[in-house]
Ligand binder design. Structure first.
Ligand SMILES: C[S@@+](CC[C@H](N)C(=O)[O-])C[C@H]1O[C@@H](n2cnc3c(N)ncnc32)[C@H](O)[C@@H]1O
Length: 461
């Protein structure tokens, strides 16, 4: 048994449900899990893009989730297309339990690299308002790339210390606090984890502050979900107890629905501290019982105080309607897109035009890092690949086989038969590249005698 497992057993031996099972599980590698992205693809298409030796077995917590058995290299094509997203199974739980709805206003306070933000977007069917915030610039960049790859349009990215987000009291219907923590529950994949009570006490201070801020931003009657991937009671039950004391009468701990994993209730006591009986409503997930990582979840509801507060001003991003954009849209037959549920907006940084959810409204004064999906690139005058999955499949377009899709996403030239090409004229031209009835991106088509050659314009990264 490795060093970190021994440290965990030493500190938490009395509260681990089955020590023998725990020890054995911690020595095994973590199962490979992920989800098929309903915003872009179906299971059958993902299966076709993988080699036949790969099995996708239904996951336990979500209908889109699967356990992946086989060579992970072959998942590269569906990953690059945003059809498949790797994520640890327990980490999928907070959005599922928060259950954000299309049209709601949702804040993900500690969002990067965006696994749970993306799940929220899926559950919200890419509508409503999803603000994804993180303090860390590099992690925000990774978050932006993930959301772009997965085809998420209803999100705005912000980079704030969570405590410094503009005071928009009572604005959000739901807030997620997937807190920075000591990460002890990830020890199966990260052997550098330390069990350090001093560190846990430090983390707990920030966690209490972030959760307090989340409650302020949430509207009365709204919900805040708190999660960590650590076993440390200081960062889990200890934090929730502090919130119940601090917001007595204003905050309630909600019972969580039962799920298809073995869970244990929040602790009644730790290290001499007795917790409120409500704390049993929290959820602990131990690796041994489920062959997963470790996790802790609590769902809080903010009570209506009855007092009238002035509503926070909600603003929509100003829509743009440029002639260039309209011309570019018509080159790809995209002008006939049903854009009722989308809005074209100017990028916060540059001149490119982005597609965002029409129903998106933001609290006044929020400084945005990025918005929605890039739709139009001003410098090339073209539609951006990011929105190709939303375009109707109309001429000019080409149809690729599964094997050709792999070459296309790897930016290799693809030779096509006549039947794969849908053109009215034979000019060298920009085409929509499709597979299984969906746009994948763009390509340049050249005729070579009786055959065609497609140059891939799939983005380099
Ligand atoms: C557990 S990770 C979040 C994982 C993410 N929710 C996901 O599912 O992909 C915690 C995140 O909190 C961020 N963070 C740390 N301190 C913060 C703060 N003061 N305000 C906002 N975010 C913070 C970290 O940069 C880190 O990305």
């Amino acid at each position: 048994v490795n060093r970190v497992t021994e440290q965990i057993i030493q500190r938490y031996g009395d509260i681990i449900p089955d020590l023998t099972q725990f020890r054995q599980t911690m020595q095994r590698p973590l199962a490979k899990t992920g989800w098929v992205n309903p915003l872009k693809a179906e299971l059958t298409v993902v299966r076709d893009l993988l080699t036949p030796s790969v099995s996708l077995l239904p996951g336990k917590v979500w209908s889109s989730a699967y356990r992946y058995e086989g060579d992970v290299e072959t998942a590269q094509t569906p990953v690059k297309l945003g059809y498949w997203h790797w994520q640890e199974e327990v980490s999928m739980l907070p959005p599922l339990l928060l259950d954000p709805q299309p049209g709601e206003r949702v804040l993900d306070l500690c969002a990067a690299p965006g696994n749970k933000t993306a799940q929220c977007a899926v559950l919200m069917r890419n509508q409503g308002t999803l603000v994804a915030n993180d303090i860390n610039y590099h992690r925000i960049k990774a978050l932006g790339k993930n959301l772009k790859r997965l085809g998420v349009v209803n999100t705005c990215l912000t980079q704030y210390h969570g405590l410094r987000l503009p005071q928009a009291s009572d604005f959000f219907d739901k807030v997620m606090v997937d807190a920075p923590c000591s990460c002890e529950g990830t020890a199966r994949k990260n052997r550098h984890i330390q069990v350090n009570p001093q560190l846990s006490r430090q983390k707990a201070q920030l966690q209490v502050q972030l959760l307090s801020k989340a409650l302020t931003l949430c509207k009365p009657g709204g919900q805040v979900i708190y999660s960590t991937c650590t076993f440390a009671p200081e960062e889990n039950e200890g934090v929730i107890q502090t919130m119940l004391d601090k917001f007595a009468g204003e905050v309630q701990l909600l019972p969580l629905p039962s799920i298809s994993l073995v869970t244990t209730p929040g602790l009644a006591q730790w290290d001499g501290q007795h917790f409120d009986r409500q704390l049993a409503r929290c959820m602990r997930i131990w690796p041994g019982e489920n062959d997963t990582g470790g996790f802790f979840i609590a769902l809080l509801s903010k009570q209506s105080s009855g007092a009238q507060t002035a509503p926070v001003e909600a603003v929509s991003l100003p829509a743009v309607d440029s002639s260039e954009l309209r011309a570019a849209l018509s080159t790809m037959a995209a002008s006939s897109l049903d854009f009722k549920s989308y809005r074209f907006v100017q990028s916060p940084q540059g001149h490119d035009i982005y597609l965002s959810a029409a129903s998106q409204t933001l609290p006044c004064g929020l400084q945005l890092d990025a918005v929605g999906l890039r739709c139009y690139k001003q410098n090339s005058g073209n539609i951006a690949t990011d929105v190709c999955h939303l375009l109707p499949v109309r001429e000019p377009y080409v149809i690729l086989t599964s094997a050709q899709v792999r070459d296309y996403v790897n930016r290799l030239a693809v030779c096509l038969d006549n039947e794969q090409v849908r053109l009215t004229t034979y000019d060298r031209r920009l085409v929509l590249v499709t597979h299984a009835g969906k746009g994948l991106g763009l390509g340049l088509l050249d005729r070579e005698g009786e055959a065609y050659r497609l140059m891939s314009l799939f983005p380099k990264k």
